[in-house]
Every structure is written in C-alpha cells, then in structure tokens.
Design a protein around this ligand. Structure first.
Ligand code: NOJ
Ligand code: MG
Length: 565
C-alpha cells in the first residue's frame, strides 16, 4: 500500500527512441520557435543542475558557515541565473568529520544549517520559483556517532552488529586485510570494546554500512522516502559504486603505477572494494524507491571508466538516471582528448540513456585553476553546449579559483592526512560582492575567501557585459531557448587544427555550430563544409554578433564561438 502523500507509480509510455518515460510528467516548456518538442523530455534532461556546498554558499547568522536561510536569501540570484535545480551537499545532523558526509541522522537537518522548517521553506520557495531541489544521499557509511553505529559497536551480540562491517584481527593482531581508506591509511579501525575491526573506506568516523544486510537497505530507503514525501526532487547518491565489498575480504592488488604523491586511495586497485556486479541490484532497488514518485531523479556519483560507468544506467533503464560523467574533470585539457572523450561517451551511451557532463565539484580543484581563466570560458561554453545535462559547481559561473589554505588552517580530513590533496581550496566561500568577507558572512568565514573577491564577485560581474557571469547567463539562455542545444543531436566536426574542437548540435532545421579554441594562438579555419556563413550567437569574448563567413574563419586565442548555421 502506498503511504499517504506518495503518488501512484508513474504511468509508462514508450517513446520513439524506445525509452520509457512518464508521459504525464513531461515538462511543457515551449521554445521560442513555437515547437513543443520539449514535451518528450523531463526537467532533468533539459535542465541545468547547480551544486551548492552549503557551508560555503551564504551565511545568514554570522557564525562563518553557510546555512539554509543563507541559501534561501540567495534564491533571487539562482532564479536570475536560471538554473533548473539545486543540489545541496549534505545538510543532515553530523559531527562534520567529513563536513556532512558523515551522517548522524538521515532524517533531520543539522542545527548548523538550520531546522527542518527552514528546509521546508527553502524547498517550497524553490518550487514556487520553478526550481527543483536535490539532496545528497550518503548510503555507503554513516557517522560513528549515528545511533545505529553506537548500537552496533556496543557488543558483538548487538541487534545492529551486522549493520556495519566487523572483522576479527588477523592472526598477528593486525588489520584483517590490505584495504585502504580513500583518505589514506588502512580502511580498518580497531574497536577496543569488542576486540574487532570495523571497515571505513573514508574517515574512521565514517564506518561503512553493511549493504548485504536487508535491514540496512530498508532503513536507507525509508530515509529516502522521508525526503521524497516532503517533496524533494531526487538525490545525488554518494559513492554509489562502492556500496558492496568482497564477501571473502580478499586483498586488493597493489597498483603498480602508484607513486609517492598520488592520491593515497589509489595505492591499491579497488578490485574487491568497488564496482562489484551485485551492486547493480541495490542501485535498482533505490531507483524503485524513486519511481514511486513523480518526476524524481537519481544521480550516481561514480568514478569509473566509461564502459563500466554505462552499466549504471541499468540494462532496462532501471538504475541511475544520470551516472555522473566526470571526464571533463579527470582528462587532460586539450582539444583532441576532449573530442575523443565526447565521441566515445556518445557512442557508448545505451539507447535511451541520457548524457551528462560535469566540470567541477567539492572534491576537485576548480576548473579555473585547472585550465586557467581564459580556458575556463571555453570550459563553460563546452559544458553548456554539449548534449546532456550540465552540472555547475557554485562559483564556477564567476570563474572562482582555488584558494591557497595555509597548512595550519586545513579543515578537510583528506588534506589533514595529505596537504597536497586537500579539498579546501575548491570549497572557499562564494564571492557575492566587494563588502567585507565578500558578502558571505558577517562573522569569520570557516575557510579563507579568495583575495580577488573585491573585483571578482557576483555583483561586479552582473554589471559587466563581458564577464564570465554574463557569458554563463548568455549560454544558459541559448540552451534554454534553442532545442538544438538542449535536446539536439551532437556530432563532432573535423577541422584543420589540433587545437580546435568543433561540433554541431542539430534539431529539426535548427543547427548550432560550436567551435572551441583550446590553445592560446589564433586559428584560421575553413568550415565551409558545414555552412557558407553563420550568425554568431555567442563568443567567449562576449563582444561580437556578426555574421561570419565560415570559409575564412579566424578564432582568436582561447576563443569559443557558438554560431547558428
Ligand atoms: C564523495 C564525496 O563527494 C566526498 O566529499 C566525501 O568525502 C566522500 N564521498 C565520502 O562520503
Ligand atoms: Mg551560518
């Protein structure tokens, strides 16, 4: 029987491409050209997702840490930005050993961020403005302060003992096997009370839940329903590909390519701790929970090579709607590599599988720092013109860069273990305006704010027609109004330059050619095979709206152009 407040299962309808979509749920957006082709697409396919790291977005109470009321106070901005959905990194009660990714209660809000009532207000107002809200589900591990773990660790006979992964010491008293924590060191922590080790793939304050235990599954699914019943539009699921571990606890093979200075977690190949075939059954179960509700989305955090990533769409489109595609983060930044990645990814997508692209998140250095400020514009144009749902990390729209954090101010557990791998630099507070602390807080910010905030901030860029923010807005606008960009096909175009990646987006008669110069030199191109001429829709220089002769096209250094052809 369905719980009160839950909607009936979606009515299915098979579309021409063979995919199953809920017909009655389709978004009714109308394009400027009058076509209503969008009716076949759901909001998470045509929309833009914006990731908020709540600690760093906006502080409302002067304690130096961002919070829900802060986010609420910036909804005007998000609406103006015209993003379709916000995804909040965890806001649940937590001792904050991993800043919320250590959850002590899956069904409440941490007082640092506010209250459930604050959350409901935020959700309601976001919805009123046509924005969806996604939460971060962290099912692989809880906090060691979660009552479940407290009970589990109390005795070997505890009813919840089997909710976590406990093992006897090795015969020499040492750790049960060589499994490693992603934050460095062994993944096993010894617990004095019961004389056994528990597994933690991340911080020792993040014990791994035992997903082979049906009671654990039920408990997390209940937590999902708690939020879905409140109206939450879906989840980004933390490390979904790590949920199951080898039942025989076999050692992981050593990674022969690992060298000093690499990520500590990469020292071993995670053969027995990641991407186990049985994990797909769990992903399917989670999806079934979501499918009890209308128009919800499930995004999986998955760092895997493309062929394995594709498995998470599910053989019957019954797993993640969007297995996160992190290639723009993980690959070297050059035209040839990125073109290859786009082509391979497109070719590998299962029929009906919807693509997605990501430039950055709270675990990765900022795009502007990885590729430099000029190329950051190219990256933004790429993200917002590729086929598939874009996810934008807060602040990237104004070109925020990593902030150097002195070692003694490091907050991130991964950084504390290995300063070179600290994730604090990409988590610095949002730069709103030129007032003290960038308008982020009236108190002392939990992480230092970038030095350039006085000139580089939302307010300044809003008034500058050539700014990164203006570029972002222009691209969002094009994407939202042109079916070619939001739902059109994608095809790479050969050019004579190795530094250039060009592609065509097409829908009906509408064609948009995107040409991106990944280099710092100007490039002369002949693209007359695509079209003799075209009208510039947007350039990363934000200065020209000419008609162009595509037979003699000169791209300026680091220039990207979107052209209607
Ligand atoms: C992935 C999250 O994005 C990261 O921030 C966190 O530390 C780990 N999962 C553990 O939850
Ligand atoms: Mg606060």
């Amino acid at each position: 029987m369905l719980a009160i407040g839950r909607l009936a299962p979606m009515q299915r309808h098979v579309y021409h491409d063979g995919s199953n979509r809920a017909s009655q749920l389709a978004s009714m957006a109308q394009f400027k050209d009058g076509s209503d082709t969008m009716t076949e697409y759901l909001w998470w396919q045509t929309g833009i997702i914006y990731q908020i790291y709540p600690r760093s977005f906006m502080d409302s109470d002067g304690d130096g840490t961002g919070d829900l009321k802060g986010i609420h106070s910036r909804l005007d901005y998000l609406e103006w930005l015209r993003v379709d959905a916000i995804w909040l990194s965890p806001v649940f009660p937590s001792p904050m050993a991993d800043f919320g990714y250590d959850v002590a209660n899956y069904v409440d809000i941490d007082p640092l961020f506010g209250t459930l009532a604050d959350f409901d207000r935020l959700l309601q107002e976001a919805h009123q403005r046509g924005m969806k809200v996604l939460l971060d589900l962290v099912p692989n591990h809880s906090s060691d302060e979660h009552p479940w773990f407290q009970e589990s660790r109390a005795s070997r006979d505890s009813a919840k003992r089997d909710w976590y992964i406990w093992r006897d010491p090795a015969p020499d008293g040492g750790v049960p096997n060589n499994w490693h924590s992603y934050f460095g060191g062994s993944a096993w922590a010894f617990d004095e009370t019961t004389g056994q080790y528990y597994l933690h793939l991340f911080h020792r304050k993040q014990p791994d839940l035992n997903w082979r235990n049906p009671a654990v599954r039920r408990a997390i699914y209940d937590a999902m329903r708690f939020w879905l019943d409140r109206g939450v539009d879906g989840f980004r699921v933390d490390v979904i590909w790590l949920l199951l571990k080898d039942e025989q606890f076999r050692d992981n093979p050593v990674n022969p390519n690992w060298k000093e200075g690499d990520m500590p977690g990469d020292q071993y190949q995670s053969v027995h701790t990641a991407d186990l075939p049985e994990v797909h059954e769990i992903v399917r179960e989670m999806r079934q929970v979501l499918d009890q509700y209308a128009e919800r989305v499930m995004i999986g955090e998955i760092y895997l090579p493309v062929p394995r990533l594709m498995m998470y769409y599910g053989a019957a489109h019954d797993e993640a709607h969007l297995p996160f595609n992190f290639q723009l983060i993980t690959l070297p930044w050059n035209a040839r590599t990125i073109r290859e990645a786009v082509d391979t990814y497109e070719a590998a997508l299962p029929g009906g599988g919807w693509p997605n692209w990501v430039l950055g998140n709270h675990d990765q250095h900022r795009i502007a720092s990885r590729v430099g400020p000029e190329q950051a514009r190219i990256a933004q144009m790429l993200l917002l013109t590729l086929r598939g749902t874009p996810t934008c990390y807060y602040g990237d729209e104004i070109g925020m860069h990593d902030v150097d954090i002195p070692v003694e101010r490091i907050q991130d557990p991964q950084g504390k273990h290995s300063p070179a791998h600290s994730r604090d630099p990409e988590r610095s507070p949002m730069q709103w305006d030129s007032s003290p602390n960038a308008g982020f807080t009236t108190g002392v910010p939990w992480l230092p704010i970038a030095d350039d905030y006085v000139t580089n901030n939302v307010e300044a860029q809003r008034d500058d027609a050539t700014s990164m923010l203006a570029l972002f807005r222009r691209l969002v606008d094009l994407r939202r109004t042109m079916p070619a960009l939001s739902i059109g096909s994608q095809r790479s175009i050969d050019t004579s330059s190795d530094e250039v990646f060009a592609y065509l987006r097409e829908h009906g008669n509408q064609r948009v050619l995107i040409i991106l110069n990944f280099g710092g030199e100007s490039q002369d191109l002949d693209l007359s095979s695509v079209s003799v001429s075209g009208r510039v829709l947007c350039t990363t220089y934000m200065d020209s709206d000419d008609n162009l002769n595509l037979g003699y096209l000169t791209l300026r250094p680091n220039e990207g152009i979107a052209i209607a052809v």
